[in-house]
Design a protein around this ligand. Structure first.
Ligand code: NAD
Length: 257
């Protein structure tokens, strides 16, 4: 899996789904982890679970759209973990709605979490990584950042922005030995789907089942969050030391055709 032993990693949106799986996988592979989220009960519980299994793990409340909080969170990483080597910028939300019905406030809310949050994560982690002599930033985009998606126009726009922001940041930060890559999951069985009440484009008022959604994926099934975490640990590790500005697509073949 690569070497993350001794590295210090910050994972946003770490209380659930892909972020929780990344925190678990990084801790298991030997990294010290700082978990942040809005959901304090689940975030604290996961940090406690990781500490019980012998890892160094802490949890902090963080809204990724709050810039002053970013300064405190990065300072806490350096104070409590000693440094910051790895950022997994994962916190994100998805809103499914026909674009002509999307209220501007909802568009802006999605952009704030998915784009502003990622921008702030990179902006404020960069100085700490410079002090650490380099680092790896892994920005969680989506297959929706590689191609259009009906009903997910705002989400696609936000995830496409993350993709090109990662490449631009990779160019700007390469001289500091800070690598920046994006990850593009396909359909992953996580609670994000439960938060979408129904797909207004499907013509029926039923919650979205990731298994049903994944029936059309070439491999025929949704990924587990741990499948994405495996890719994230690789990008965090020295095994990917020559990769920056790259896109790691983990989608069961969704975008192959
Ligand atoms: P999830 O809903 O299970 O977890 C997201 C976490 O982010 C939650 O714990 C939530 O509290 C947190 N969060 C939301 N807004 C936040 C904010 N403003 N500040 C801090 N934390 C916040 O979702 P997931 O499926 O694990 O998604 C994680 C990432 O993966 C997202 O960026 C999502 O867009 C992306 N993704 C998911 C899928 C999928 O199929 N599940 C596919 C492609 C990409």
């Amino acid at each position: 899996m690569g070497q993350v032993q001794g590295k210090a990693a910050l994972v946003t949106g770490a209380a659930s789904g892909i972020g929780a799986a990344c925190a678990r996988a990084l801790a298991k592979a030997g990294a010290a982890v700082m978990l942040t989220d809005l959901d304090d009960a689940r975030g604290e519980a996961l940090a406690a679970e990781l500490r019980q299994s012998g890892a160094t793990a802490h949890y902090l409340h963080q809204d990724v759209t709050d810039e002053p909080r970013w300064i405190e969170v990065v300072a806490a990483c350096e104070a409590q973990l000693g440094k910051l080597d790895v950022l997994v910028s994962n916190a994100g939300i998805g809103i499914i709605v026909p674009l002509v019905e999307m209220p501007l406030a909802e568009w802006r809310r999605q952009m704030a979490v998915n784009v502003d949050g990622v921008f702030l994560s990179v902006k404020h982690s960069a100085a700490a990584m410079r002090r650490a002599g380099g680092g790896s930033m892994v920005l969680i985009s989506s297959v929706a950042g590689l191609r259009g998606s009906a009903g997910l126009a705002g989400y696609s726009a936000s995830k496409g922005a993350v993709r090109l922001f990662a490449k631009s940041a990779a160019l700007e930060l390469a001289a500091d030995r800070i690598r920046v890559n994006s990850v593009h999951p396909g359909i992953i069985a996580t609670p994000i789907w439960d938060k979408l009440p129904a797909n207004p484009l499907s013509g029926r008022n039923a919650p979205i089942d990731p298994k049903e959604m994944a029936a059309g994926v070439p491999l025929g099934f949704p990924a587990a969050a741990a499948d994405i975490a495996d890719g994230v640990v690789f990008l965090a590790s020295d095994a990917s030391h020559y990769m920056t500005g790259s896109e790691l697509v983990i989608d069961g073949g969704m975008t192959a055709g």
